[in-house]
Design a protein around this ligand. Sequence first.
Ligand code: IPM
Ligand code: MG
Length: 369
Amino acid sequence: MTKQPTCRIAVLPGDGIGVEVIAEAEKVLRAVGERFGRQFLLERALVGGAAMDATGEPLPESTLALCRSSDAVLFGAVGNPKYDDPRAKVRPEQALLGLRKSLGLFANLRPVWVHPALADISPLRPELVRGVDLVVVRELTGGIYFGQPRVEGSERAVDTMAYTRAEVERIAHVAFRLARGRRRKVTSVDKANVLACSRLWRSVVEEVARDYPDVQLEHLLVDAATMHLIKRPRDFDVLLTGNMFGDILSDETSVLTGSMGMLPSASLGTSPSASLGGGRFGLYEPIHGSAPDIAGKGIANPLAAILSVAMLLRHSLAMEAEARAVEAAVAAVLDAGHRTPDIAAPGQPTVTTQQMGALVVEALGVGRA
Ligand code: IPM
Ligand code: MG
């Protein structure tokens, strides 16, 4: 047997339930390594509040350096009530923005689908959400998040929003390419009736669309999009958005499924990963936060983190079979009726975070050919 290259994965659990769910995701990665004969080197580093406690900084240089020398980053969550003051100069969330910018992670993919067994826990009627399967493709390193904020005393504050043609082009290509492997429909979201950035966005997206005549393109204004996502969520395939609209809409789409504890995400850069062909560098994280209210209780749902591992295998390591095996294992565990409290129906028995991780490892059939 030829020796497999070692995949270096930086593991940044962060704060709160991030630590608990990432521990289970690591177990699943190790199990994948065993079953498929892959070498994964998992190296941990501090980030967020945990890093501030230890070093005073949310994103220490050593953490960034580890990420830079890895093929992919597995990230938990950041945020600690201790550092909650939004006026503070240093905050845990800066770690995430810093990682995105410094690692050039411009494309954020947030898939949202409803597992048939979970349609009943959605706040919407089951017949509206059954079969929902969409991906938010959010531009992640531009727009108003990375403008020039200015505070003028206590009387005025200014944020600026800018987009360049090149920034819109590259994220639009990501959306169209993704749509080709799905239901071939892109819905681009903007506020072109008001914002100059959105008018540029719309015309560049239309130009890019000419390269993909097999993909249908529609435009929606962001206010209307919020409404249509609730009224007819099944009609959406790929939702292409700028940074801030994507932030807002992805929280909305995440509740269609009933629990944020199920949803993974990927943030991808441009460069191919260091050691393996086909993949590109990326950061993978559950879309939920650090949830300090339930941290340490062993009740957090690790499936979003585990499904983030599947995305990591697919996008950064080009290991499609391994990614599908993880997704199939999660589906099997859900089909068998295992539930953490966030996805349990009233009165249904529940499992702990660790038990859920162990069930997925078991379903992966470690050791089997
Ligand atoms: C997200 C989060 C972040 C964002 C925060 C924590 C900075 O809400 O990933 O959606 O606004 O991008
Ligand atoms: Mg958000």
